[in-house]
Design a protein around this ligand. Structure first.
Ligand code: 5BU
Length: 280
């Protein structure tokens, strides 16, 4: 069987056993987009306007719901309506990092009740496997999926080497809930002890932030690479773009936001087509 990097998103969707991973792969194939837009703005109106504008061009919206100043339950209802209107999945970039009992509460409860609306969320592997079981106790019954942060895009990140290897190992032991990684490259073959082999049906999704076409960084440690470097060269599956799409003014110019979303969608898709060797 060809490795995941050579298969189409549609072929991978047919075989995936996790509902959230399958839904994401099917959305990518159906809409011909591997673009996720990260909407990091602080006002509800800006947040919803940007999402309505980029909706046709994305497979996934990434949120940091805790930065929204005028948050209310209606915001989640509007987000869910937009996800139906434009056919995209939702990923709250919560980066859980505590003991199992605490993350289960943070995921299910509080002001945001993340598990009730976010198809995908993520966690730092730093506490060890109990973070996965804690989150799975809430997320699996709701058919959610979890990404582990195996690497970060920032300068000087400590998530390298053995840490990344062990993150992959933890994911492999929890494949019903862990659907992939936030990482900068394909993780295939990492985390194997001597004599162990990668299972033929292993297919972790790689979602990659730190993507930009016009600048190399943001002066606060972020590092950008192009969709081509990320998808074609390093085998990642979804490009995550924030400010590259909505700009410096909270997406005030809807036409500029639309044009950037279309530009990143086209770049990400071209890199994927080249990777799998198709021209349609
Ligand atoms: P940007 O505007 O494209 O730089 O936004 C990137 C987003 O991805 C932002 O929401 C970050 O919190 C997020 N991110 C990241 O940039 N790098 C990482 O390694 C991880 C998340 Br994990």
């Amino acid at each position: 069987m060809a490795s995941a990097t050579r298969q189409t998103y549609g072929q991978r969707a047919e075989k995936h056993t996790n509902a959230a991973a399958r839904a994401l792969l099917e959305t990518i194939e159906r809409k011909r987009t591997n673009l996720c837009v990260s909407v990091d703005v602080t006002k509800k109106a800006d947040f919803l306007r940007i999402i309505d504008t980029v909706g046709p061009y994305i497979c996934l919206v990434k949120t940091h719901v805790d930065v929204i100043e005028d948050f209310d339950a209606g915001l989640i209802e509007s987000l869910k309506e937009l996800s139906v209107k434009h056919d995209f999945q939702i990923f709250e970039d919560r980066k859980f990092a505590d003991i199992g009992n605490t993350v289960a509460l943070q995921y299910s409860s509080g002001v945001y009740k993340i598990a009730s609306w976010s198809h995908i969320t993520n966690a730092h592997p730093v506490p060890g496997p109990s973070i996965i079981s804690g989150l799975a106790s809430v997320g699996l019954p709701l058919q959610r999926g979890l990404l582990l942060l195996a690497e970060m895009s920032t300068k000087g990140s400590l998530a390298v080497g053995t840490y990344t290897d062990e993150a992959v190992r933890m994911a492999r032991a929890n494949r019903e809930f862990v659907i992939g990684f936030i990482a900068q490259r394909r993780m295939d073959g990492l985390g194997l002890r001597e004599g162990e082999a990668m299972s033929q049906d292993e297919d972790f999704l790689i979602l990659t932030p730190g993507v930009g076409l016009d600048v190399k960084g943001d002066g606060m440690g972020q590092q950008y690479r192009t969709p081509r470097e990320v998808v074609l060269q390093d085998g990642c599956d979804v490009i995550i773009v924030g400010r590259g799409v909505y700009g410096k003014d909270n997406g005030a110019n809807a036409e500029a936001v639309r044009a950037q979303a279309e530009r990143y969608r086209a770049e990400g898709w071209k890199a994927y087509q080249e990777r799998v060797g198709i021209s349609e």
